[in-house]
Design a binder for this molecule. Structure first.
Ligand code: 5GP
Length: 210
């Protein structure tokens, strides 16, 4: 079996943290990184394509995948189910790509529990006022809806302390650079370079697949 060579990274953060823009920059800075495409039962939004943003599946198809243990983690978010497809992620890691999961806090903690080598990053808005104005700026929502979303965002923030890293999104480019730096530093960790060191010391190939 091929040994996994890539790094598994999870980024979470409440809506209003500015995750979309930051993550676009992160992918520009990290050409070896691939996005893990989740499976969801929610309907595609305008402009979304099956296999790109998500794999869109019916509830029955999702249940079948769950039954076959095809998810690394899965959660119900609002009224829909979301899951990280195990094989999709493991194949990318085995091929040497770093894999980015953008999932909610519960899913992130499941992945971390099952695979402690996962690097978890929580992206925060810089302050409450920015969080609120970003949530408001999204659409023509009622005050009640904004209050609901704000409450959900604040609840998510309470889980930040369980992550390996917290990145504050004061500026999207700086935030992206911080995430890229975290990834670079993690890849230099001694325990991630044991096979490399063994080959260097004792000879042999630098191929991890032996
Ligand atoms: P949306 O439907 O707006 O794309 O995503 C709604 C929420 O579901 C977001 O918080 C997103 O991070 C989360 N999410 C997306 N994919 C997954 C997944 O595979 N697993 C989990 N646990 N959450 C996910």
């Amino acid at each position: 079996m091929k040994r996994e060579k890539g790094l598994l990274i999870v980024v979470s953060g409440p809506s209003g943290a500015g995750k979309g823009t930051v993550m676009r920059y992160v992918f520009e800075k990290c050409p070896n990184m691939r996005y893990s495409v989740s499976v969801t039962t929610r309907a595609p939004r305008a402009g979304e394509t099956d296999g790109k943003e998500y794999f869109f599946r019916t509830h029955d198809q999702f249940a079948e995948m769950l039954h076959n243990n095809e998810f690394l983690e899965h959660e119900r978010v609002y009224d829909n189910y979301y899951g990280t497809p195990r094989k999709f992620v493991e194949d990318l890691l085995a091929d040497g790509f770093d894999v980015m999961l953008e999932i909610d806090v519960k899913g992130a903690m499941t992945v971390k529990r099952n695979r402690p080598e996962t690097v978890t990053v929580f992206l925060c808005p810089p302050d409450r006022a920015t969080l609120e104005s970003r949530l408001r700026g999204r659409s023509t929502e009622t005050e009640d809806q904004v209050a609901l979303r704000l409450g959900a965002a604040v609840e998510e923030l309470t889980h930040a302390r369980d992550y390996d890293y917290v990145v504050v999104n004061r500026d999207a480019l700086v935030g992206a650079e911080e995430i890229a730096s975290i990834i670079r530093a993690e890849k230099c960790k001694t325990r991630r370079n044991i096979y490399f060191l063994e080959n260097l010391i004792y000879g042999g190939t630098s191929n991890y697949d032996d």
